[in-house]
Design a protein around this ligand. Structure first.
Ligand SMILES: NC(=O)c1ccc[n+]([C@@H]2O[C@H](COP(=O)([O-])OP(=O)(O)OC[C@H]3O[C@@H](n4cnc5c(N)ncnc54)[C@H](O)[C@@H]3O)[C@@H](O)[C@H]2O)c1
Length: 324
């Protein structure tokens, strides 16, 4: 039987480095750990992150921030000793894949390398944020962690998929070669407040189109599926993995599966919108289905997603309204 996770009640006295702290998921995790009493040091170059997320975190006296591009070199941390290093810096939206593919490849390879070297030198626990994209267009469903994926190494998504696969390989290599205390999470589609309204991912797109009464653009016939996780549920999953004793990857997400068409219809209904759905050509290599098998995480923890799709959509729409 695998060992059950014992979650700490407080992280007072612990110091956490979060690469990508200005981003959607990383700033939410940063706030969670600040509320647990940790000191959090954030790094970001704002390539897809937002200064408002850093302003929000700066209200906590235990938060420090340095603007830097992590693959060009980490700051001199002087006397700072990290207990945990969270490698969360990477653009993650398909619109970024065509605009900044080399930045994506460099942050997941050279950036992750620098963070792993720091974890090795400081004997810190290291967590790599990988993605369900490592499964590519999966041939098995739902996806289990043992599945090695079906990825096109030269397609338009490959800058992201393959660099995350490289990041996983490097994380395991540091664990095997230097005994670094590593964790890997494979995040499935996550949404919520603090996403960029023009992020290009499906949920912010649909919500903003629905709120504006514009046509909702579905790519393909809308029969492709995704499983959407609200961000606080993801934070809960990550927290469980960080405090597990297992080095191999964990799927993190919500197993409720929606076709993209159903997702658009639900958003129209929940937001009481008058938008109509229109159909556009499917982009190359768009995965046909995605759903996490969570047995591995649930065999060691009490993890269970709590926020329904309807509630998550309402909260995310409120956030986008507050920006206007
Ligand atoms: N949200 C999801 O559905 C999802 C799914 C799978 C994986 N992930 C992973 O989770 C992490 C966070 O994703 P997110 O959705 O919050 O995206 P995000 O773009 O909001 O956050 C990423 C942050 O990393 C920063 N960053 C990128 N390159 C950098 C560099 N070279 N130096 C310093 N900072 C840099 C960005 O400015 C941004 O603030 C990423 O690693 C992403 O690949 C997210």
């Amino acid at each position: 039987m695998p060992q059950r996770v014992v979650l700490p009640q407080t992280l007072e006295g612990k110091t956490i480095l979060i690469a990508g702290a200005a981003g959607f998921v990383p700033s939410t995790i940063a706030e969670f750990y600040l509320n647990l009493g940790a000191k959090v040091v954030g790094l970001d170059n704002f390539i897809t992150g937002s200064k408002s997320n850093i302003e929000l975190l700066s209200k906590y006296k235990n938060f420090e921030f340095t603007e830097c591009n992590i693959y060009e070199g980490l700051p001199n941390f002087k006397d700072l000793k990290f207990d945990y290093i969270l490698s969360l810096a990477s653009p993650a939206s398909p619109i970024d894949f065509s605009e900044i593919p080399l930045e994506i490849m460099r942050v997941n390879s050279e950036g992750t390398l620098k963070l792993l070297e720091l974890a090795r030198d400081q004997k810190a626990r290291f967590l790599e944020a990988s993605t369900s994209e490592v499964y590519g267009d999966p041939e098995i469903h739902p996806q289990v962690e043992e599945y090695v994926g079906c990825v096109n190494p030269i397609g338009p998504r490959s800058c992201y998929d393959e660099s995350k696969r490289f990041a996983e390989a490097m994380t395991m290599s540091f664990h095997r070669r230097y005994n670094v205390d590593t964790r890997i999470i494979r995040i499935f589609n996550t949404y919520g407040p603090r996403m960029r309204p023009n992020d290009g991912r499906v949920i912010p797109n649909f919500i903003n189109q629905a709120m504006a009464g514009e046509d909702i653009t579905v790519y393909g016939d809308g029969s492709q599926t995704r499983s959407f996780c609200y961000v606080t549920d993801l934070v809960d999953a990550i927290h469980n993995v960080l405090f597990s004793e297992i080095h191999t990857p964990f799927n993190c997400g919500n197993p409720d599966e929606y076709t993209i068409k159903k997702c658009a219809e639900e958003i129209i209904k929940v937001l009481g919108s008058s938008s109509k759905i229109i159909y556009m050509p499917l982009p190359e290599d768009d995965p046909k289905k995605r759903r996490p098998n969570l047995n591995k995480l649930q065999s060691i923890s009490d993890y269970k997603p709590k926020v329904s799709f309807e509630e998550g959509i309402k909260r995310t729409a409120e956030y986008f309204k507050s920006l206007k």
